[in-house]
Design a protein around this ligand. Structure first.
Ligand SMILES: NC(=O)c1ccc[n+]([C@@H]2O[C@H](COP(=O)([O-])OP(=O)(O)OC[C@H]3O[C@@H](n4cnc5c(N)ncnc54)[C@H](O)[C@@H]3O)[C@@H](O)[C@H]2O)c1
Length: 259
């Protein structure tokens, strides 16, 4: 789901392509589910289907890990969980700070999936002095005045930004200056970071826009199959030709425009 911009080359130093790295969490999630059901081995086809990936791609991805499976038996689930976790750096503890503890920040703090995947929420930080000391998900919120000290004391290298867009760059600059080198940004803004800092951006509205694009295309294909007199795309253009229909709900132009 995350879309991102990193300053890393397309191939990592150990020779694993970024596209493979991006699929490893999908395999890991599917493998963890199998492991929880005590399934000992899995075929590449089964695992590919569970992860939503093509099985030839999966075999190629696993060859980068030096994992080839056993003919007729498949892959050892526990060993693959270990291998992928190690490759992703999940066998070590990653303290994470979340900055901006509003609706989203609090929901993220309450999400159990971080801890179970090796990400420890080391601190919750907010600029609102009224929130300081109040527990969210059992962790007392700390004021932004403490940001640098928290990061240095806890050796934090990953920061999550859940502040309003207008504050995100300034928060990002402070995180980076304090030593954070990876940022997960939920604020709807593009962050400028120095070389060596990775930014991943999560934007659910972009994901929805992409789904809308595909929905529109599917509808167009269905209509074309029915061979209607007016092509659906043209029909939609006519609908949008009046008034302010081209504008999004905020008066802005949607990123995905009707064709
Ligand atoms: N990526 C997504 O899919 C997605 C989904 C929902 C919300 N968002 C974005 O996430 C952000 C937070 O949304 P929300 O609904 O939780 O908002 P919110 O108003 O409930 O919370 C924002 C919090 O940030 C704090 N804050 C403001 N300036 C700060 C600063 N300089 N340093 C530290 N904390 C600061 C505020 O005190 C507040 O507690 C917004 O930018 C929103 O657009 C993104």
């Amino acid at each position: 789901m995350a879309t991102g911009r990193t300053h890393r080359p397309a191939t990592r130093s150990r020779g694993i392509p970024e596209a493979t790295v991006a699929r490893l969490p999908l395999y890991l999630r599917a493998l963890t589910a199998l492991s929880e059901r005590s399934v000992p081995t899995v075929s590449s086809e089964e695992l590919a289907a569970a992860a939503g990936v093509n099985s030839a791609k999966l075999r190629k991805d696993f060859s980068y890990l030096g994992s080839y499976g056993t003919r007729g038996v498949g892959y050892d689930v526990e060993y693959l969980v270990y291998q992928i976790s190690r490759e992703l750096g999940l066998t070590q503890d990653w303290p994470v700070v979340i900055v901006g503890i509003g609706n989203l920040g609090a929901a993220l703090a309450n999400y159990g999936g971080f801890a179970s995947r090796g990400f420890r929420v080391a601190a919750l930080i907010d600029a609102d002095p009224g929130m300081a000391g109040k527990p969210v998900a059992g962790i007392p919120v700390q004021h932004t005045d403490e940001l640098e000290k928290i990061i240095q004391d806890d050796g934090v290298s990953i920061g999550v930004i859940a502040t309003p867009a207008g504050a995100a760059q300034q928060v990002c600059d402070r995180l980076v200056a304090a030593g954070v080198t990876s940022i997960l940004n939920f604020a709807p803004t593009v962050l400028n970071v120095p070389e060596g800092v990775d930014v991943r951006k999560v934007d659910l509205s972009i994901e929805l826009q992409i789904l809308a694009f595909h929905e529109q295309r599917k509808a167009g294909e269905e209509a074309a199959a029915d061979t209607v007199a007016v092509p659906p795309v043209a029909a939609r253009k006519q609908q949008h030709s009046t008034g302010s229909a081209d504008k999004g709900p905020d008066g802005d132009v949607p990123a995905v425009m009707p064709a």
